[in-house]
Design a binder for this molecule. Sequence first.
Ligand code: URA
Length: 235
Amino acid sequence: MNHSLLTELDTILDLLTDYVEAGYRRQRPTAIAAARYDGAAPVALSAGDRAAELRELEQQVRCCTLCPLHQGRTHGVPGIGVLDPLVMVIGEGPGAEEDHKGEPFVGSAGRYLDKWLAAVELSRSSNVYITNIVKCRPPNNRDPLPSESQACAPYLARQIELVRPRAILSVGRVAAQLLLQKEDGIGKLRGRSWKYRDIPLVATYHPSAVLRNDQWRRPVWEDLKRLRELLDSSS
Ligand code: URA
């Protein structure tokens, strides 16, 4: 059987599965990913084109039905901040306040995160973009399931390409493990710098965990200083 016939059969099978399981045609992560991200070197886009595509992606996130998390959401939470930021902050997933407002990190953890960022001259209004691994709130703030993170992964991969951060700050175990493809806890993953593709990445504790355990304040400060040094040495 030739390749194009196989691809067509595959598409028909996908459509049938959609109609049987969901009663409508679902968006497919691979379709979104393949449309613009196929693992090849990204096409050079102007800042204007990147901004337009990012707005389109954010719109897709708001009406996404790729995984069951959409059933419980008030708002999908794509991300917020500037293009070409110094830092992209990546958290785990929206909580209740984020779900309510459609913006990431707007609750108590978010206010604390803003203080961390300000301490190293960063802010979501001038030089940061903030997003999460999953864009819809997991029930009772549980960890996202692997299938949910996987369904959302093409959005994050494309956001990183479009936003083009100079560095990434991942907060919490879930984001660090997924971005670095490691199973170690955050205590092991923090304290050094990594690369996500070619982008320097610093992993630290989640602000909501530090609000509950202040023994992690000092390591977070060390991680933030590492991030700042990394930015200063690359400018
Ligand atoms: N925690 C996260 O990981 N992300 C948010 O957006 C809010 C809280």
